[in-house]
Each structure stands twice: as structure tokens, then as C-alpha cells.
Design a binder for this molecule. Structure first.
Ligand code: SER
Length: 278
């Protein structure tokens, strides 16, 4: 609750209107079965329709990602989760959003800036290398060796379904084991030591029916910060299921099964049962 209140409050102070979480079942969208991101119910507004609450929105959205189901069982993937997000519908862009991300993470959530890594889009035939985002991170004090350029499969987000708004993103990762010394980005991600905590998507493109990318009539910002991951990190855990969100469910599974989560053989099955129950 504290995380949600801090996030919503930060963006309310910057002119954003809080909107309610939409239903997990999409309304008027045949391209996908479930809402998988905060931007998803906002697709018409990212495409240019005017939103009744204005051009700056913030919320906490319930999400279901069937695509992640095979990842469930590790320390930080879930099918159902909540996502904090804020949007610019053709209003502010990178020069406002990246400094706000840095400020919220380091000043409000008190993430140590020395533990942050960021990634930016490396560029391809559809869109250029995102030097602007990288330079903004540099100007905020993130050193070059913690800014990583990655291709479309890593640093491009969307569309949520088969077609729709999408664009290059910049992703923020936190080192959950800084005491172990410097870590190579790829190794840290593979080990589950570097965890993605927030994602700013710069939605300038629309993926069309033939798989091409058209420019949108407006430049949007779409961000998403996972409530479960960030709660675990803020509570000092390297396993989401040890956080206050999941412990009641894990305890109940232990009570019913007479097995212990502390036994390494039970970690994966208990996480899967907990995720699917939730
Ligand atoms: N749509 C992006 C995501 O889901 C940012 O919210 O990560």
C-alpha cells in the first residue's frame, strides 16, 4: 500500500489523474484474451482519441500474462500481478519521464543509484538507436558501463495484442546482491541478481496488420512498475515469495501440505501453486 500510495502521489503531484484498474477481461478488444499491461485498456487513447481524464494518467492495474506461465517457479515471475503505471497521451516525453523515473526510484523509493543498471534500444531498420534516453541517464549520473544497448527483442515493448501502439523502451534494473561486487549485465540477469523494476516505453509507433510500423499521430509515454517485484526489493528479499504479499499464501500451503518452503525441493512447486491459486 505504501509503494502504491508513493507512486500515485508522485505522479498526482506532477499533474496526473488516477484512473481505476480496468477489468482483467478486455472490453472491445478481440486481439487478446486478458489485460496484460496498464496500457492495454488505454489503446484507443494512445492512438489519438481524447481521454476524458486528460493527457496525464496514473493507476495500478491488475494484469494476467499467460505468456509468462512457463517462467513461473523462479523468484520473480507471476501470471497474475499488479502494475503501477503512468501515461502521457501526446504530452510529455523522454526529457520529463527519465528524470522522473530516476527521482522516484532514488529519492522516494530510496533505491541506491549505484545499484541501478538501465537498458536502451540499440536501433534497427524500424527505429534509430535511442541515444537520447542514454544521454539523459548519463546526465543523471548513471555511468556508461551501467547503460546497455539491446536489440528489439529486449528493448521494444508492444503491441499488447497482434497490432497496436508500441515503441522502444528503457528498462531499469536493480542489483539485488551489490555486496558480491561488480557483475556483467547478462550474467546478472541470468542469475536473477539484476531484476527489472520499471520500464518506460516511448510509444511513437503503431504495428499494422502486415507487421510494419507506422508513426503514430502523437508521441506517448507508457510506463510499468511491478508491485510484487518492487515490494520484495523494498522489503530486502531476493525472492518475491518471501515478501508480505506472498507469505500468507505460502504459509497456508505449508500448513496444508505439512511441507516447508525452506526445503529447496519445495521452492519451485510451492511458488507455482501459490501463483496459480492467486
Ligand atoms: N507496457 C509496458 C510493460 O508492460 C510498460 O507498462 O512493461
Amino acid at each position: 500500500k505504501k509503494l502504491k500510495d508513493s507512486y500515485i502521489g508522485f505522479f498526482a503531484e506532477r499533474g496526473h489523474v488516477e484512473i481505476p484498474s480496468a477489468s482483467l477481461v478486455p472490453q472491445n478488444d478481440p486481439t487478446t484474451l486478458f489485460i496484460s499491461a496498464g496500457m492495454h485498456p488505454l489503446v484507443p487513447y494512445l492512438l489519438g482519441q481524447s481521454h476524458p481524464a486528460g493527457k496525464r494518467l496514473v493507476n495500478v492495474q491488475k494484469c494476467l500474462r499467460t505468456g509468462d506461465i512457463d517462467e513461473v517457479g523462479d523468484t520473480f515471475h507471476h501470471t497474475f500481478f499488479e502494475m503501477l503505471g503512468n501515461w502521457s497521451l501526446g504530452d510529455y516525453f523522454k526529457t520529463e519521464m527519465i528524470p522522473w523515473s530516476y527521482q522516484l526510484l532514488t529519492e522516494v523509493l530510496k533505491v541506491n543509484p549505484d545499484h541501478l543498471h538501465v537498458t536502451c534500444f540499440a536501433g534497427d531498420s524500424n527505429a534509430p538507436k535511442d541515444e537520447e534516453s542514454a544521454n539523459l541517464w548519463l546526465s543523471l549520473g548513471i555511468p556508461q558501463d551501467r547503460i546497455h544497448f539491446l536489440p528489439k527483442k529486449d528493448n521494444w515493448w508492444g503491441p499488447a495484442g497482434t497490432t497496436g501502439p508500441c515503441g522502444p523502451d528503457t528498462e531499469m534494473f536493480v542489483d539485488t546482491k551489490p555486496q558480491s561486487g561488480p557483475v556483467d549485465f547478462e550474467t546478472g540477469c541470468r542469475q536473477g541478481r539484476l531484476i527489472e523494476i520499471w520500464n518506460d516505453v516511448f510509444m511513437e509507433y503503431n504495428k499494422n496488420q502486415s507487421g510494419g510500423y507506422d508513426r503514430l499521430s502523437q508521441r506517448n509515454v507508457d510506463t510499468g512498475l511491478g508491485v510484487e517485484r518492487n515490494t520484495a526489493i523494498l522489503e530486502g528479499h531476493q525472492d518475491n515469495y518471501l515478501s508480505s504479499i506472498w507469505q500468507p499464501i505460502i504459509s497456508q500451503i505449508e500448513n496444508i501440505s505439512h511441507l516447508s518452503y525452506a526445503d529447496p525441493n519445495n521452492l519451485r512447486p510451492m511458488r507455482i501453486v501459490a501463483d496459480h491459486l492467486r
